[in-house]
Design a protein around this ligand. Structure first.
Ligand code: PNS
Length: 164
């Protein structure tokens, strides 16, 4: 059977332990996982970290996973998936509140290319509340985020947000 590749796309601004839970679980199910860091966000605030910085955080945090690679993408997600030979897009679902956005994304992506399947992994309970936005807010006001993100990310958040 041919190699099964999935893309795990996201803003990852920055990567959290919740993202890493989903990426790791996707890597258990697929032969190869390409983490796609979006380089040109459309619906969100300007990011705190550059795509290159976000990519390095992810590479560092997934270095122990032999079948995971990280790339920045600036095209449509389905085009990125096709260029990687991926048959699936895998994302995490935390709560009902995620559903509406993910439902729209999955339907738009299906319209663009029905051969790329959207697959959702339910977040582990320990991470069901965790978001990059929440982590950034905590760090902005001096909260300890060391249990929520990899150590280099926690350090970078402190440094980046300390002058705000
Ligand atoms: O972590 P996020 O912010 O939920 O990730 C959103 C992401 C990157 C998956 C989404 O914005 C995306 O796919 N962007 C690329 C453009 C695209 O293909 N959009 C969906 C169809 S219009």
């Amino acid at each position: 059977m041919s190699e099964r590749t999935a893309v795990c796309p996201g803003s990852y601004d920055p990567v959290t332990n919740g993202h890493l839970d989903i990426i790791g679980r996707a890597a258990n199910v697929f032969d190869r996982v390409v983490v796609g860091v979006v380089g040109n966000q459309f619906r969100k605030q300007p990011p705190l970290f550059t795509p290159e910085e976000r990519k390095v955080f992810l590479e560092d945090a997934t270095a122990d996973l032999g079948n995971v690679e990280v790339e920045i993408f600036r095209e449509l997600l389905v085009e990125f998936a096709r260029s990687k030979g991926a048959t699936a897009v895998v994302k995490g679902l935390r709560a009902i509140s995620d559903f509406e956005f993910e439902f729209e994304m999955a339907q738009l992506n299906r319209l663009l290319d029905a051969s790329v399947e959207s697959i959702y992994i339910i977040a582990s309970p320990a991470y069901s509340f965790l978001s990059s936005t929440g982590v950034k807010e905590m760090a902005t006001f001096g909260g300890d985020v060391s249990e929520l993100v990899p150590a280099p990310v926690a350090a970078a958040l402190t440094e980046r947000l300390s002058d705000r």
